[in-house]
Design a protein around this ligand. Structure first.
Ligand code: G3P
Ligand code: MG
Length: 282
């Protein structure tokens, strides 16, 4: 479980009104879920091929301050390296293989720098939810540096990345560095104070573990003026239920299963009508 630590600043920051909400409602988790090595360019390419216009991914810093994509604090699960990722400089990280663990087809796939991802996404007009995933003890620096780099690397984009985090400290640092960037608080269980915390942090959304969302909780989030996003939803039936409850964004691993809806940007409820849309006119 992630801990929501600390209490927000005494001074509330006005939340950023994003009206209309500029993001696609279907969001591919870690690039393409489990179909390609997570958080690598291969995953983003696959997610885009499956019709996804928005991606979630995990960002942390190398020891020398380079923002790059990796979920775990440790290198071992998804690279051929060992030890804490945040202890190495980018030069060493850039030489690791982040694809072979997934399968031979992706052997040699490198770790992805956020700067490279920024160029690729903007070239294709794709959007992103950057989860700030600091190495332990590096919360403030990661929030601050990611926000500064995002402001720089997406300066020409009308729609900025949505920055999210389980770490209050990282979100606070991101807000203090670049107050105009959209932010979301992540929670992996229902914490009644989370809505208030999100507002205090000037967030525009709450991203909640799907198991802890209900009609009433989505309503509560909306009543506070926030958008409600869910992770990680991989079952069609659960997606239908959440869309029917007016969910605003859904993060999924199943880029294959939800491809038609993602391609068309349809919220199920409308799912059945996909068949009607592609049916030959009589
Ligand atoms: O950002 C949503 C989700 O990715 C949070 O959990 O562990 O998959 O990064 P995790
Ligand atoms: Mg994540």
């Amino acid at each position: 479980m992630h801990e929501v630590i600390g209490y927000p600043h005494a001074m509330p920051t006005p939340n950023i009104p994003l009206d209309p909400w500029p993001y696609p409602c279907w969001i591919a988790h870690r690039g393409a879920g489990t179909l390609a090595p997570e958080n690598t360019l291969a995953a983003f390419r696959l997610g885009a091929e499956h019709g996804f216009g928005m991606f979630e991914c995990d960002v942390k810093l190398s020891a020398d301050g380079e923002p790059f994509l990796l979920h775990d604090a440790e290198l071992a699960r998804t690279t051929n390296g060992q030890g804490l990722a945040g202890a190495l400089n980018w030069d060493a990280l850039s030489r690791l293989d982040a694809g072979s663990w997934h399968g031979r087809a992706h052997a040699g796939e490198p770790l992805l720098r956020l700067e490279s991802l920024a160029r690729w996404l903007q070239a294709l007009g794709l959007m992103v939810n950057l989860e700030i995933k600091p190495s332990p003890g590096d919360e403030e620096r990661t929030g601050r540096v990611v926000a500064e780099r995002v402001a720089q690397w997406w300066a020409a984009s009308e729609v900025k990345p949505l920055l999210s985090s389980f770490s209050i400290e990282a979100l606070r640092a991101a807000r203090d560095a670049q107050p105009a960037l959209p932010r979301a608080l992540l929670i992996d269980r229902w914490i009644p104070e989370a809505v208030e915390q999100a507002i205090e942090l000037g967030c525009c959304a709450l991203v909640v573990h799907q198991a802890f969302l209900s009609d009433r909780r989505i309503e509560q989030i909306h009543e506070a003026g926030l958008k409600a996003l869910a992770y990680t939803v991989n079952e069609a039936e659960r997606a239908d239920t959440l869309w029917a409850a007016s969910l605003d964004g859904l993060i999924t691993d199943r880029v294959d299963a939800f491809e038609p809806q993602a391609r068309l940007g349809l919220r199920p409820g409308f799912r059945i009508s996909v068949d009607e849309l592609i049916a030959e006119p009589e």
